[in-house]
Design a protein around this ligand. Sequence first.
Ligand SMILES: [Zn+2]
Length: 204
Amino acid sequence: MAIFLEEKSECPVCGRKTLESSFTDLNIPYFSEIYLVRFRCSSCGYKVSDFLSTRYGKPIRCTYKVKNEKELTARVIRATTGTIKIPELGTTIEPGPASEAYVTNVEGVISRILEVAEIAREWAETEEQKRNSDIAIEKIKKAKTGEMPFTLILEDPFGNSMIVAKNQSEVKIKELTVEELQDLRTGGLMFFTPSDSNESTQED
Ligand SMILES: [Zn+2]
């Protein structure tokens, strides 16, 4: 069920005080602290959504080892500020201006990477680029079927992203150091500073 905040805030696009916000509990077992937050301006139609975790609100890194097929079903909650890294595939998905918040599973993340790799293969110009692309695609396909073990890392400077596995103790959650945080791009929305998120939950 969505909870609407009574207080309207200033719209970042038109500047009027007509921005409505709502919170929806994602109903994820053991993680009721994760909400889908939507903003909508009734004046200009501006819309945006993201995830908000009231549990962390701090820079975190989740690390999950995918050893076989079973682990591909773990859920990945990626807020617009989340960075996904898979070292074994040499892949990093950073937040960009058009990045979107989504809930998928590990297999869904690999599918997105495969799509990008296949586009890169089509654009390859030299024989060497094509060969390298083929090798990369081969690896990604093996990861997608659970034949190749890999590590999924999800970092978020606001702690709004999370990996949720059947056995949650296999997801290692660590707070990021200042140095690690400097390397992280935030991109996406900047609505959710830790102090803002605390205020919002109190209003609920
Ligand atoms: Zn507006």
